[in-house]
Design a protein around this ligand. Structure first.
Ligand code: FE2
Length: 586
Protein backbone atom coordinates (compact mmCIF):
# COMPACT_ATOMS: atom_id res chain seq x y z
CA UNK A 1 0.00 0.00 0.00
CA UNK A 2 1.45 3.36 -1.01
CA UNK A 3 1.92 6.01 1.63
CA UNK A 4 -0.37 9.03 1.24
CA UNK A 5 2.49 11.31 2.25
CA UNK A 6 4.28 10.48 -0.99
CA UNK A 7 1.26 11.35 -3.14
CA UNK A 8 -0.16 14.57 -1.73
CA UNK A 9 1.52 16.88 -4.20
CA UNK A 10 0.44 14.88 -7.20
CA UNK A 11 -3.13 14.40 -5.89
CA UNK A 12 -3.41 18.09 -5.10
CA UNK A 13 -2.19 18.99 -8.62
CA UNK A 14 -4.76 16.77 -10.29
CA UNK A 15 -7.58 18.07 -8.09
CA UNK A 16 -6.60 21.63 -9.06
CA UNK A 17 -6.32 20.77 -12.77
CA UNK A 18 -2.57 21.42 -12.86
CA UNK A 19 -1.86 17.82 -13.77
CA UNK A 20 -3.88 15.25 -15.69
CA UNK A 21 -5.54 12.20 -14.12
CA UNK A 22 -4.71 8.69 -15.32
CA UNK A 23 -8.34 7.59 -15.17
CA UNK A 24 -11.69 9.36 -14.92
CA UNK A 25 -14.99 7.59 -14.23
CA UNK A 26 -17.99 9.58 -15.49
CA UNK A 27 -21.72 9.31 -14.78
CA UNK A 28 -21.36 7.39 -11.54
CA UNK A 29 -24.26 6.85 -9.15
CA UNK A 30 -21.92 7.18 -6.19
CA UNK A 31 -22.74 5.39 -2.93
CA UNK A 32 -21.30 7.88 -0.48
CA UNK A 33 -20.49 6.05 2.74
CA UNK A 34 -19.68 9.38 4.38
CA UNK A 35 -23.14 10.89 4.01
CA UNK A 36 -25.17 7.68 3.44
CA UNK A 37 -26.61 8.99 0.16
CA UNK A 38 -26.46 8.10 -3.50
CA UNK A 39 -25.07 11.00 -5.51
CA UNK A 40 -25.94 10.87 -9.23
CA UNK A 41 -23.76 12.06 -12.14
CA UNK A 42 -20.59 12.00 -10.08
CA UNK A 43 -17.15 12.05 -11.67
CA UNK A 44 -14.08 10.44 -10.09
CA UNK A 45 -10.50 11.26 -11.12
CA UNK A 46 -7.66 8.88 -10.25
CA UNK A 47 -3.90 9.25 -10.47
CA UNK A 48 -1.64 6.28 -9.81
CA UNK A 49 -3.40 4.26 -7.13
CA UNK A 50 -5.37 7.04 -5.42
CA UNK A 51 -8.42 9.21 -5.94
CA UNK A 52 -7.68 12.90 -6.55
CA UNK A 53 -11.10 14.36 -7.25
CA UNK A 54 -14.77 13.46 -6.60
CA UNK A 55 -17.47 15.85 -7.81
CA UNK A 56 -19.80 16.94 -10.59
CA UNK A 57 -17.17 17.82 -13.19
CA UNK A 58 -13.69 16.31 -13.54
CA UNK A 59 -13.07 17.79 -17.01
CA UNK A 60 -10.20 19.93 -15.66
CA UNK A 61 -8.31 16.70 -14.81
CA UNK A 62 -8.58 15.22 -18.30
CA UNK A 63 -6.09 15.50 -21.13
CA UNK A 64 -5.31 13.29 -24.13
CA UNK A 65 -3.52 10.75 -21.96
CA UNK A 66 -6.41 10.29 -19.51
CA UNK A 67 -8.53 7.16 -19.86
CA UNK A 68 -12.18 8.15 -19.49
CA UNK A 69 -14.81 5.49 -18.75
CA UNK A 70 -18.52 6.30 -18.94
CA UNK A 71 -20.14 4.31 -16.13
CA UNK A 72 -23.59 5.02 -17.64
CA UNK A 73 -25.34 5.73 -14.34
CA UNK A 74 -24.37 2.42 -12.78
CA UNK A 75 -23.72 2.26 -9.05
CA UNK A 76 -20.23 2.88 -7.69
CA UNK A 77 -19.11 1.88 -4.21
CA UNK A 78 -15.86 1.46 -2.30
CA UNK A 79 -14.34 -2.04 -2.23
CA UNK A 80 -15.59 -4.40 0.47
CA UNK A 81 -13.50 -5.78 3.32
CA UNK A 82 -13.64 -8.93 5.40
CA UNK A 83 -12.32 -7.72 8.78
CA UNK A 84 -11.67 -11.18 10.21
CA UNK A 85 -11.08 -14.44 8.43
CA UNK A 86 -8.71 -17.35 8.35
CA UNK A 87 -7.35 -17.74 4.85
CA UNK A 88 -4.76 -20.32 5.87
CA UNK A 89 -7.38 -22.95 5.15
CA UNK A 90 -8.24 -25.08 2.09
CA UNK A 91 -6.59 -22.99 -0.69
CA UNK A 92 -3.61 -20.66 -1.09
CA UNK A 93 -4.35 -16.93 -0.68
CA UNK A 94 -3.92 -16.37 -4.43
CA UNK A 95 -6.64 -18.94 -5.18
CA UNK A 96 -8.93 -17.48 -2.51
CA UNK A 97 -8.34 -13.99 -3.91
CA UNK A 98 -9.67 -15.07 -7.30
CA UNK A 99 -13.07 -15.87 -5.81
CA UNK A 100 -13.10 -13.03 -3.30
CA UNK A 101 -12.41 -10.33 -5.90
CA UNK A 102 -15.37 -11.52 -7.97
CA UNK A 103 -17.48 -10.83 -4.85
CA UNK A 104 -16.16 -7.25 -4.61
CA UNK A 105 -13.89 -7.94 -1.64
CA UNK A 106 -10.69 -5.93 -2.10
CA UNK A 107 -9.29 -6.15 1.45
CA UNK A 108 -8.86 -9.24 3.61
CA UNK A 109 -7.86 -9.05 7.25
CA UNK A 110 -6.27 -12.44 7.75
CA UNK A 111 -5.68 -14.17 11.08
CA UNK A 112 -3.21 -16.98 10.21
CA UNK A 113 -3.68 -18.88 13.44
CA UNK A 114 -3.77 -22.29 11.74
CA UNK A 115 -0.39 -22.05 10.03
CA UNK A 116 1.24 -20.62 13.17
CA UNK A 117 -0.14 -23.54 15.20
CA UNK A 118 1.54 -25.91 12.71
CA UNK A 119 4.81 -24.15 12.00
CA UNK A 120 5.30 -21.25 14.44
CA UNK A 121 7.03 -18.01 13.42
CA UNK A 122 8.74 -19.62 10.44
CA UNK A 123 5.33 -20.69 9.14
CA UNK A 124 3.93 -17.20 9.81
CA UNK A 125 6.68 -15.60 7.69
CA UNK A 126 6.21 -18.20 4.95
CA UNK A 127 2.48 -17.49 4.88
CA UNK A 128 3.03 -13.72 4.79
CA UNK A 129 4.96 -14.16 1.54
CA UNK A 130 1.95 -15.86 -0.05
CA UNK A 131 -0.22 -12.81 0.63
CA UNK A 132 2.13 -10.27 -0.94
CA UNK A 133 2.00 -8.80 -4.45
CA UNK A 134 -1.54 -9.99 -5.11
CA UNK A 135 -4.23 -7.82 -6.74
CA UNK A 136 -6.09 -7.85 -3.42
CA UNK A 137 -5.03 -6.24 -0.14
CA UNK A 138 -4.17 -8.78 2.54
CA UNK A 139 -3.49 -7.46 6.02
CA UNK A 140 -2.32 -9.83 8.74
CA UNK A 141 -2.38 -10.10 12.51
CA UNK A 142 -0.35 -12.28 14.83
CA UNK A 143 -2.48 -15.04 16.40
CA UNK A 144 -3.82 -14.00 19.79
CA UNK A 145 -5.04 -17.12 21.49
CA UNK A 146 -2.48 -19.89 21.23
CA UNK A 147 -2.47 -22.20 23.01
CA UNK A 148 -5.92 -22.31 24.61
CA UNK A 149 -4.63 -24.48 27.45
CA UNK A 150 -0.89 -25.12 27.66
CA UNK A 151 -1.49 -28.03 30.05
CA UNK A 152 -2.75 -30.17 27.17
CA UNK A 153 -1.82 -28.36 23.98
CA UNK A 154 1.05 -29.33 21.77
CA UNK A 155 0.61 -26.51 19.24
CA UNK A 156 3.22 -23.98 18.23
CA UNK A 157 2.83 -20.30 18.97
CA UNK A 158 4.84 -17.08 18.83
CA UNK A 159 7.10 -15.90 21.63
CA UNK A 160 6.84 -12.31 22.87
CA UNK A 161 9.93 -11.31 20.91
CA UNK A 162 8.56 -12.95 17.75
CA UNK A 163 5.30 -11.04 18.18
CA UNK A 164 7.30 -7.81 18.53
CA UNK A 165 9.27 -8.59 15.37
CA UNK A 166 6.13 -9.56 13.46
CA UNK A 167 4.33 -6.25 14.02
CA UNK A 168 7.24 -4.39 12.42
CA UNK A 169 6.23 -6.01 9.13
CA UNK A 170 4.28 -3.45 7.05
CA UNK A 171 1.31 -5.79 6.49
CA UNK A 172 0.96 -6.88 10.12
CA UNK A 173 -1.55 -4.68 11.94
CA UNK A 174 -1.60 -6.17 15.43
CA UNK A 175 -3.04 -9.16 17.24
CA UNK A 176 -5.79 -11.54 16.12
CA UNK A 177 -8.71 -12.87 18.09
CA UNK A 178 -7.69 -13.34 21.72
CA UNK A 179 -10.05 -16.29 22.01
CA UNK A 180 -9.09 -17.72 25.35
CA UNK A 181 -10.57 -14.73 27.18
CA UNK A 182 -10.05 -16.27 30.59
CA UNK A 183 -6.33 -15.74 30.04
CA UNK A 184 -7.16 -12.02 30.03
CA UNK A 185 -9.55 -12.05 32.98
CA UNK A 186 -7.06 -14.16 34.96
CA UNK A 187 -4.27 -11.79 33.86
CA UNK A 188 -2.07 -14.64 32.59
CA UNK A 189 1.44 -13.11 32.46
CA UNK A 190 2.36 -13.79 28.82
CA UNK A 191 -1.07 -12.68 27.58
CA UNK A 192 -0.83 -9.41 29.56
CA UNK A 193 2.67 -8.76 28.22
CA UNK A 194 1.50 -9.44 24.65
CA UNK A 195 -1.46 -7.08 25.03
CA UNK A 196 0.76 -4.36 26.54
CA UNK A 197 3.32 -4.61 23.76
CA UNK A 198 0.56 -4.36 21.12
CA UNK A 199 -0.92 -1.30 22.82
CA UNK A 200 2.51 0.34 23.21
CA UNK A 201 2.91 0.12 19.43
CA UNK A 202 -0.63 1.40 18.82
CA UNK A 203 -1.62 -1.94 17.26
CA UNK A 204 -5.15 -3.20 16.93
CA UNK A 205 -6.19 -6.24 19.04
CA UNK A 206 -9.14 -8.35 17.88
CA UNK A 207 -11.40 -10.04 20.38
CA UNK A 208 -13.32 -13.25 20.90
CA UNK A 209 -15.70 -12.95 23.83
CA UNK A 210 -18.03 -15.95 23.49
CA UNK A 211 -19.62 -16.51 26.87
CA UNK A 212 -18.14 -13.41 28.56
CA UNK A 213 -20.39 -10.79 30.10
CA UNK A 214 -20.58 -8.16 32.82
CA UNK A 215 -17.39 -7.80 34.91
CA UNK A 216 -15.45 -10.31 32.80
CA UNK A 217 -16.36 -8.50 29.61
CA UNK A 218 -15.40 -5.18 31.23
CA UNK A 219 -12.02 -6.59 32.23
CA UNK A 220 -11.46 -7.87 28.71
CA UNK A 221 -12.41 -4.59 27.02
CA UNK A 222 -10.35 -2.58 29.48
CA UNK A 223 -7.34 -4.55 28.24
CA UNK A 224 -7.57 -2.75 24.93
CA UNK A 225 -9.43 -5.43 22.96
CA UNK A 226 -12.07 -3.56 21.06
CA UNK A 227 -13.79 -5.96 18.65
CA UNK A 228 -15.68 -9.24 18.73
CA UNK A 229 -17.16 -11.48 16.05
CA UNK A 230 -18.73 -13.95 18.45
CA UNK A 231 -22.12 -12.41 19.38
CA UNK A 232 -24.83 -14.83 18.29
CA UNK A 233 -27.77 -12.62 19.29
CA UNK A 234 -28.63 -8.95 19.52
CA UNK A 235 -28.40 -8.75 23.33
CA UNK A 236 -24.75 -9.78 23.10
CA UNK A 237 -24.20 -7.22 20.34
CA UNK A 238 -25.74 -4.44 22.39
CA UNK A 239 -23.85 -5.30 25.59
CA UNK A 240 -20.57 -5.11 23.67
CA UNK A 241 -21.45 -1.92 21.74
CA UNK A 242 -22.34 -0.24 25.03
CA UNK A 243 -18.84 -1.05 26.32
CA UNK A 244 -17.26 0.63 23.31
CA UNK A 245 -16.61 -2.47 21.24
CA UNK A 246 -16.94 -2.87 17.48
CA UNK A 247 -18.94 -5.87 16.27
CA UNK A 248 -18.17 -8.02 13.25
CA UNK A 249 -21.40 -9.87 12.51
CA UNK A 250 -20.35 -13.32 11.39
CA UNK A 251 -21.75 -14.95 8.29
CA UNK A 252 -19.45 -17.72 7.15
CA UNK A 253 -18.81 -21.42 7.12
CA UNK A 254 -18.53 -21.79 10.90
CA UNK A 255 -21.69 -19.83 11.81
CA UNK A 256 -24.32 -17.60 10.19
CA UNK A 257 -25.63 -14.89 12.53
CA UNK A 258 -27.11 -12.21 10.23
CA UNK A 259 -30.69 -13.48 10.41
CA UNK A 260 -30.68 -13.36 14.18
CA UNK A 261 -28.98 -9.98 14.55
CA UNK A 262 -29.93 -7.63 11.70
CA UNK A 263 -33.73 -7.47 12.35
CA UNK A 264 -33.13 -6.57 16.00
CA UNK A 265 -30.47 -3.99 15.02
CA UNK A 266 -33.11 -2.33 12.85
CA UNK A 267 -36.01 -2.51 15.30
CA UNK A 268 -33.79 -1.15 18.07
CA UNK A 269 -32.46 1.67 15.87
CA UNK A 270 -28.89 0.69 16.75
CA UNK A 271 -26.04 3.00 15.80
CA UNK A 272 -24.55 1.30 12.74
CA UNK A 273 -21.09 2.87 12.60
CA UNK A 274 -19.49 0.18 14.73
CA UNK A 275 -20.99 -2.79 12.92
CA UNK A 276 -19.21 -4.82 10.23
CA UNK A 277 -19.70 -8.14 8.46
CA UNK A 278 -17.10 -10.88 8.67
CA UNK A 279 -16.83 -14.46 7.44
CA UNK A 280 -14.31 -15.90 9.94
CA UNK A 281 -13.42 -18.25 7.08
CA UNK A 282 -15.21 -19.72 4.07
CA UNK A 283 -14.92 -23.19 2.63
CA UNK A 284 -14.67 -23.56 -1.16
CA UNK A 285 -18.30 -24.62 -1.56
CA UNK A 286 -19.70 -21.78 0.54
CA UNK A 287 -17.82 -19.01 -1.25
CA UNK A 288 -18.90 -20.50 -4.58
CA UNK A 289 -22.53 -21.07 -3.65
CA UNK A 290 -23.22 -18.07 -1.40
CA UNK A 291 -20.46 -15.54 -2.07
CA UNK A 292 -18.45 -13.55 0.41
CA UNK A 293 -19.20 -10.09 1.88
CA UNK A 294 -21.52 -9.45 -1.10
CA UNK A 295 -23.67 -12.25 0.33
CA UNK A 296 -23.83 -10.42 3.69
CA UNK A 297 -25.02 -7.29 1.88
CA UNK A 298 -27.72 -9.12 -0.09
CA UNK A 299 -28.95 -10.98 2.99
CA UNK A 300 -28.98 -7.85 5.16
CA UNK A 301 -30.95 -5.93 2.56
CA UNK A 302 -33.47 -8.79 2.45
CA UNK A 303 -33.70 -8.44 6.25
CA UNK A 304 -34.51 -4.72 5.90
CA UNK A 305 -31.17 -2.89 5.95
CA UNK A 306 -30.82 0.00 3.46
CA UNK A 307 -28.31 -0.77 0.67
CA UNK A 308 -26.20 2.29 1.53
CA UNK A 309 -26.01 1.20 5.18
CA UNK A 310 -25.06 -2.35 4.20
CA UNK A 311 -22.32 -1.02 1.90
CA UNK A 312 -21.03 1.25 4.67
CA UNK A 313 -20.84 -1.72 7.04
CA UNK A 314 -18.99 -3.67 4.34
CA UNK A 315 -16.48 -0.93 3.62
CA UNK A 316 -15.92 2.24 5.67
CA UNK A 317 -16.61 0.79 9.13
CA UNK A 318 -13.88 -1.85 8.71
CA UNK A 319 -11.20 0.69 7.90
CA UNK A 320 -12.35 3.05 10.64
CA UNK A 321 -11.98 0.15 13.09
CA UNK A 322 -8.49 -0.65 11.83
CA UNK A 323 -7.48 3.06 11.96
CA UNK A 324 -7.00 3.08 8.19
CA UNK A 325 -9.75 5.57 7.34
CA UNK A 326 -7.37 8.05 5.74
CA UNK A 327 -6.42 5.49 3.10
CA UNK A 328 -9.42 3.23 2.58
CA UNK A 329 -13.11 2.75 3.14
CA UNK A 330 -14.77 5.29 0.88
CA UNK A 331 -14.58 7.12 -2.41
CA UNK A 332 -13.06 10.48 -1.63
CA UNK A 333 -9.93 12.53 -2.45
CA UNK A 334 -6.73 10.95 -1.09
CA UNK A 335 -8.21 7.48 -0.72
CA UNK A 336 -6.81 4.43 -2.49
CA UNK A 337 -8.90 3.75 -5.58
CA UNK A 338 -10.56 0.46 -4.57
CA UNK A 339 -13.79 0.85 -6.47
CA UNK A 340 -16.70 -1.45 -7.39
CA UNK A 341 -19.24 -0.91 -10.16
CA UNK A 342 -22.66 -2.58 -9.95
CA UNK A 343 -25.44 -2.82 -12.52
CA UNK A 344 -28.03 -2.64 -9.75
CA UNK A 345 -28.36 -2.63 -5.96
CA UNK A 346 -29.94 -6.10 -5.81
CA UNK A 347 -27.40 -8.68 -6.97
CA UNK A 348 -24.40 -6.76 -5.63
CA UNK A 349 -22.16 -8.80 -7.93
CA UNK A 350 -19.65 -6.26 -9.26
CA UNK A 351 -19.36 -5.83 -12.98
CA UNK A 352 -16.03 -4.05 -12.57
CA UNK A 353 -13.54 -4.01 -9.70
CA UNK A 354 -10.62 -1.60 -9.42
CA UNK A 355 -7.91 -2.13 -6.81
CA UNK A 356 -5.57 0.83 -6.44
CA UNK A 357 -6.94 2.22 -9.71
CA UNK A 358 -6.16 -0.98 -11.65
CA UNK A 359 -8.96 -2.92 -13.27
CA UNK A 360 -8.93 -6.47 -11.85
CA UNK A 361 -12.49 -7.61 -12.68
CA UNK A 362 -14.39 -6.70 -15.83
CA UNK A 363 -17.79 -8.02 -16.94
CA UNK A 364 -17.71 -10.17 -13.82
CA UNK A 365 -14.46 -11.92 -14.86
CA UNK A 366 -10.97 -11.72 -13.45
CA UNK A 367 -8.76 -9.71 -15.83
CA UNK A 368 -5.56 -9.72 -13.83
CA UNK A 369 -2.80 -12.27 -13.52
CA UNK A 370 -1.85 -13.71 -10.17
CA UNK A 371 1.83 -14.46 -9.78
CA UNK A 372 2.61 -18.03 -8.79
CA UNK A 373 4.46 -18.05 -5.49
CA UNK A 374 7.47 -20.14 -4.69
CA UNK A 375 6.72 -22.30 -1.67
CA UNK A 376 9.61 -23.41 0.53
CA UNK A 377 9.95 -27.22 0.49
CA UNK A 378 10.10 -27.54 4.28
CA UNK A 379 6.48 -26.36 4.74
CA UNK A 380 5.36 -29.30 2.60
CA UNK A 381 6.90 -31.78 5.05
CA UNK A 382 4.98 -31.38 8.28
CA UNK A 383 3.55 -34.86 8.84
CA UNK A 384 6.34 -36.11 11.07
CA UNK A 385 5.12 -39.68 11.54
CA UNK A 386 6.24 -43.20 10.67
CA UNK A 387 4.37 -45.74 8.57
CA UNK A 388 1.23 -47.02 10.30
CA UNK A 389 0.01 -50.53 10.97
CA UNK A 390 -3.16 -51.84 12.62
CA UNK A 391 -1.23 -52.08 15.91
CA UNK A 392 -1.18 -48.27 16.18
CA UNK A 393 -4.94 -48.22 16.69
CA UNK A 394 -5.38 -51.12 19.08
CA UNK A 395 -6.83 -50.91 22.58
CA UNK A 396 -6.18 -54.10 24.53
CA UNK A 397 -8.21 -55.70 27.34
CA UNK A 398 -8.33 -59.20 28.81
CA UNK A 399 -11.87 -58.66 30.11
CA UNK A 400 -15.03 -60.04 28.48
CA UNK A 401 -16.89 -56.76 28.82
CA UNK A 402 -15.58 -53.21 29.22
CA UNK A 403 -17.15 -49.83 29.74
CA UNK A 404 -15.56 -47.23 27.45
CA UNK A 405 -15.60 -43.46 27.79
CA UNK A 406 -16.96 -42.07 24.52
CA UNK A 407 -16.93 -38.66 22.86
CA UNK A 408 -20.58 -38.37 21.90
CA UNK A 409 -21.02 -36.04 18.89
CA UNK A 410 -24.12 -33.86 19.47
CA UNK A 411 -23.31 -31.78 16.41
CA UNK A 412 -20.18 -31.70 14.26
CA UNK A 413 -18.71 -29.36 16.91
CA UNK A 414 -20.51 -29.94 20.22
CA UNK A 415 -19.53 -33.01 22.23
CA UNK A 416 -20.58 -34.62 25.52
CA UNK A 417 -18.94 -37.32 27.58
CA UNK A 418 -20.81 -40.61 27.33
CA UNK A 419 -20.04 -44.30 27.74
CA UNK A 420 -20.60 -47.56 25.90
CA UNK A 421 -20.33 -51.22 26.81
CA UNK A 422 -18.02 -53.10 24.46
CA UNK A 423 -17.06 -56.78 24.24
CA UNK A 424 -13.35 -57.31 23.53
CA UNK A 425 -12.52 -59.92 20.92
CA UNK A 426 -9.22 -61.82 21.08
CA UNK A 427 -7.98 -59.33 23.67
CA UNK A 428 -8.80 -56.26 21.55
CA UNK A 429 -11.50 -53.66 22.17
CA UNK A 430 -12.94 -52.90 18.75
CA UNK A 431 -15.26 -50.25 17.34
CA UNK A 432 -18.87 -51.34 16.89
CA UNK A 433 -20.62 -50.09 13.75
CA UNK A 434 -23.88 -51.67 14.98
CA UNK A 435 -23.96 -49.46 18.05
CA UNK A 436 -22.34 -46.50 16.22
CA UNK A 437 -19.26 -46.58 18.45
CA UNK A 438 -16.07 -45.61 16.58
CA UNK A 439 -12.41 -45.57 17.35
CA UNK A 440 -10.81 -42.14 17.30
CA UNK A 441 -7.03 -41.84 17.23
CA UNK A 442 -4.81 -38.76 17.39
CA UNK A 443 -1.10 -38.54 16.61
CA UNK A 444 1.23 -35.57 17.07
CA UNK A 445 2.30 -34.97 13.49
CA UNK A 446 3.77 -31.45 13.78
CA UNK A 447 6.34 -31.77 16.56
CA UNK A 448 7.36 -35.40 16.06
CA UNK A 449 7.04 -36.31 19.75
CA UNK A 450 5.47 -39.77 19.19
CA UNK A 451 2.57 -38.68 21.40
CA UNK A 452 -0.65 -40.46 20.52
CA UNK A 453 -3.98 -41.39 22.02
CA UNK A 454 -6.77 -43.76 21.02
CA UNK A 455 -10.32 -43.50 22.33
CA UNK A 456 -13.93 -43.94 21.26
CA UNK A 457 -16.44 -41.67 19.53
CA UNK A 458 -20.22 -42.10 19.24
CA UNK A 459 -22.99 -40.93 16.93
CA UNK A 460 -21.11 -40.51 13.65
CA UNK A 461 -23.34 -42.84 11.68
CA UNK A 462 -21.44 -43.14 8.40
CA UNK A 463 -20.91 -46.46 6.66
CA UNK A 464 -17.18 -46.08 6.04
CA UNK A 465 -13.98 -47.70 7.27
CA UNK A 466 -12.03 -44.57 8.25
CA UNK A 467 -11.94 -40.80 7.93
CA UNK A 468 -8.60 -39.08 8.59
CA UNK A 469 -7.49 -35.44 8.65
CA UNK A 470 -4.25 -33.57 9.33
CA UNK A 471 -6.05 -30.26 9.99
CA UNK A 472 -7.61 -29.36 13.33
CA UNK A 473 -8.07 -26.35 15.63
CA UNK A 474 -5.28 -25.81 16.70
CA UNK A 475 -3.35 -28.95 17.41
CA UNK A 476 -3.17 -30.17 13.83
CA UNK A 477 -2.67 -33.69 15.07
CA UNK A 478 -3.42 -36.45 12.62
CA UNK A 479 -6.96 -37.45 13.63
CA UNK A 480 -8.47 -40.72 12.44
CA UNK A 481 -12.05 -41.82 13.05
CA UNK A 482 -12.63 -45.43 12.08
CA UNK A 483 -14.80 -48.49 12.25
CA UNK A 484 -11.83 -50.86 11.82
CA UNK A 485 -8.11 -50.68 12.50
CA UNK A 486 -7.10 -51.81 8.98
CA UNK A 487 -8.83 -48.92 7.22
CA UNK A 488 -7.58 -46.52 9.90
CA UNK A 489 -4.00 -47.54 9.09
CA UNK A 490 -4.62 -47.18 5.32
CA UNK A 491 -6.13 -43.71 5.80
CA UNK A 492 -3.22 -42.61 8.00
CA UNK A 493 -0.62 -43.89 5.54
CA UNK A 494 -2.38 -41.98 2.75
CA UNK A 495 -2.12 -38.74 4.73
CA UNK A 496 1.52 -39.53 5.49
CA UNK A 497 2.27 -40.10 1.80
CA UNK A 498 0.52 -36.84 0.76
CA UNK A 499 2.04 -34.98 3.74
CA UNK A 500 -1.38 -33.73 4.77
CA UNK A 501 -5.03 -33.67 3.82
CA UNK A 502 -8.34 -35.40 4.37
CA UNK A 503 -9.16 -38.92 3.22
CA UNK A 504 -12.07 -41.36 3.37
CA UNK A 505 -11.43 -45.13 3.21
CA UNK A 506 -13.77 -48.11 3.03
CA UNK A 507 -12.82 -51.79 2.76
CA UNK A 508 -9.23 -50.92 1.91
CA UNK A 509 -10.13 -48.47 -0.87
CA UNK A 510 -9.68 -44.69 -0.97
CA UNK A 511 -13.17 -43.25 -1.60
CA UNK A 512 -12.14 -39.58 -1.56
CA UNK A 513 -8.98 -37.58 -0.89
CA UNK A 514 -8.17 -33.90 -0.51
CA UNK A 515 -4.40 -33.31 -0.31
CA UNK A 516 -3.37 -30.34 1.88
CA UNK A 517 0.32 -30.07 1.11
CA UNK A 518 1.09 -26.65 2.67
CA UNK A 519 1.58 -27.34 6.39
CA UNK A 520 -0.97 -30.15 6.13
CA UNK A 521 -3.76 -27.54 6.24
CA UNK A 522 -3.77 -25.72 2.87
CA UNK A 523 -3.80 -27.23 -0.61
CA UNK A 524 -1.39 -26.07 -3.28
CA UNK A 525 -3.91 -27.20 -5.95
CA UNK A 526 -6.22 -24.88 -7.90
CA UNK A 527 -9.42 -23.62 -6.30
CA UNK A 528 -11.49 -25.77 -8.64
CA UNK A 529 -9.59 -28.96 -7.79
CA UNK A 530 -9.78 -28.33 -4.05
CA UNK A 531 -13.47 -27.53 -4.29
CA UNK A 532 -14.13 -30.76 -6.16
CA UNK A 533 -12.04 -32.81 -3.69
CA UNK A 534 -13.82 -31.19 -0.75
CA UNK A 535 -17.20 -32.02 -2.25
CA UNK A 536 -16.12 -35.65 -2.74
CA UNK A 537 -14.93 -35.94 0.87
CA UNK A 538 -18.20 -34.51 2.17
CA UNK A 539 -20.44 -36.56 -0.13
CA UNK A 540 -18.65 -39.85 0.46
CA UNK A 541 -19.30 -39.52 4.20
CA UNK A 542 -22.75 -37.88 4.14
CA UNK A 543 -24.16 -40.17 1.44
CA UNK A 544 -23.11 -43.21 3.45
CA UNK A 545 -25.44 -42.17 6.27
CA UNK A 546 -23.42 -39.79 8.46
CA UNK A 547 -25.62 -37.96 10.93
CA UNK A 548 -24.04 -34.61 10.09
CA UNK A 549 -23.95 -32.61 6.87
CA UNK A 550 -20.44 -31.13 7.33
CA UNK A 551 -18.31 -34.02 8.59
CA UNK A 552 -14.95 -32.25 7.99
CA UNK A 553 -15.80 -30.12 11.04
CA UNK A 554 -15.62 -33.17 13.32
CA UNK A 555 -11.83 -33.71 13.24
CA UNK A 556 -11.42 -29.94 12.95
CA UNK A 557 -13.04 -29.32 16.34
CA UNK A 558 -12.25 -32.58 18.19
CA UNK A 559 -9.10 -31.12 19.85
CA UNK A 560 -10.51 -27.56 20.27
CA UNK A 561 -10.13 -26.88 23.98
CA UNK A 562 -12.03 -23.59 23.92
CA UNK A 563 -15.27 -25.58 23.70
CA UNK A 564 -16.81 -28.02 26.19
CA UNK A 565 -17.09 -30.80 27.11
CA UNK A 566 -14.73 -33.56 26.01
CA UNK A 567 -11.90 -33.24 23.47
CA UNK A 568 -9.14 -35.51 22.25
CA UNK A 569 -5.53 -34.45 21.64
CA UNK A 570 -2.36 -36.43 21.03
CA UNK A 571 -1.73 -36.28 24.78
CA UNK A 572 -5.05 -37.96 25.63
CA UNK A 573 -8.79 -37.54 26.06
CA UNK A 574 -9.53 -34.31 27.97
CA UNK A 575 -12.44 -33.43 30.24
CA UNK A 576 -12.38 -29.71 29.44
CA UNK A 577 -14.25 -28.43 32.49
CA UNK A 578 -12.33 -30.56 35.01
CA UNK A 579 -9.07 -29.91 33.11
CA UNK A 580 -7.96 -33.53 33.40
CA UNK A 581 -7.23 -36.50 31.17
CA UNK A 582 -9.68 -39.39 31.18
CA UNK A 583 -8.89 -42.96 30.12
CA UNK A 584 -10.50 -44.63 27.09
CA UNK A 585 -11.64 -47.57 29.22
CA UNK A 586 -13.30 -46.87 32.58
FE1 FE2 B 1 -11.80 -16.62 13.91
Amino acid sequence: MSNLSHSISSLNSVAMGDKNADLVLKNCNLLSVYTREIIPKTQIAIINDRIAYVGPDASHTINSKTVVIDIKDKYVSPGFADPHLHIDQFVLPSEFAKKSLLCGVTSLFSDPIDIVSVAGYKGFLEFLKLGEDLPIRIFQVVPGGLPVDAKFSNCKTLSLSQEKSAIKHPHVLGMGEVFSWTKVTLREPKTMKSLSSMLECDCIINGHTAGASEKKLNAYVSSGILSCHEPINFDQVLERLRLGMWIMIREGSIRRDLKEIIPRVLSHGTYLNRLMFCSDGLDPLDITNFGHIDHCIRESIKLGLKPIDAVTMASKNNFDYYNMGKDLGGIAPGKLADILIFDNLKSFKPNKVFVGGKLVVSNGNLVTKLKKKVISPWIKKTVKLKKFSENDFQIKSKKKQVLANTIFMQTEIITKLSSAELSPNEGLVRASLDSDVWKVATFDRTQGTNKKSVGFLENFGADIGAFASSWSFHENDLIVIGSNDTDMAIASNHILKNQGGLVVVKSGKILASMPLQFGGIVSTDSFEKVSSNFESITNSIVDSGCKFSRPHLIPLFLPFLALPSVRILAGGIVDVKKRCYIPPII
